[in-house]
Design a protein around this ligand. Sequence first.
Ligand SMILES: [Ca+2]
Length: 334
Amino acid sequence: MRIILDCDPGVDDTYALIYLAAAAHAGTHELECVTTTSGNVDADQCARNAAWILTLCGLPIIPLAAGIPEPLEWDLTTTPETHGDTGLGYAHAPERHVEHDWDRLWIDAIDRGTEDLHLIVTGPMTNLAAFRRLHPEHYAKLRHITVMGGAFHYPGNTTPTAEWNFWVDPHAAKEVFADAPTPITVCPLNVTEKMLLTPERLYRIIESLGAAPIAEHLDPITCFYFEFHEEMGQGYQAQIHDLFTVLTVTRAIQTAPQLATIDIEADSDLTRGTSLIDTSHFWDRTPNAHVITDIPDTTIDHAWQLFDDACHILSRIASGDAALEKLRHLRAED
Ligand SMILES: [Ca+2]
């Protein structure tokens, strides 16, 4: 499986990047490119953050570019109170040059074939909507798309009814779902909030990361996020939405999505970003989404174990594990 990750790191995006970096090292999945969207912080800062996280995970050469800087119609809102001033809690990525050829990276990946190509969007859907407008023929070729967003018959995390990614750029989400090239897999708050990271889990993860350079930064990155959740009355723990989303794509989390039609309110001040689901054909429209609305707790426990295994891989890479190095050389010769 080849993956494009379009993200806005972001603390929970960071965990998605760590997992995909380990999967790339292990050869189970190929990370084609990482692009960023404005959401938690602006797209350029997200790109600096993603580049730093990938470097700390031993993947400094993944093609990476910042995407569209503003939502389609609403002004950009970022969330320093949730993810810190620069998006990574108490940690700060170094300055670096940022490329902006994000759509070229997507086109190159699509031109290499779309049967095994998965686009994962863990931020607002601005880039995907822009890509539809800019490159409709390539957009139509996408076969596998998974997004983190929405809340269906479930409270929002930004307004009483809206989830953050859909709220930041509701027009982008609305536009994409109105013309989806394939039913899009949707990971809403209903399930992503269950991917709970506790301090105990974090310390186990840091131990598993061992000598991997990301290990020493994960505590300052995550503690800020713990504190935010505690201030919101949710306890000293954190919801790692984007890791859940990536784990469903790689089948580390098995799900039973529901085929449905979804739509997003874009213009209302009151219900901006609210997602609606139609499973009873009220709208008489072609289904445009596979929505995951339930997941057993045991599945979540297993998913954290798999993430822990991924962290062990990064530890082995950092320690110069000979067997993994041989595997990488063999792949390079392919
Ligand atoms: Ca995100």
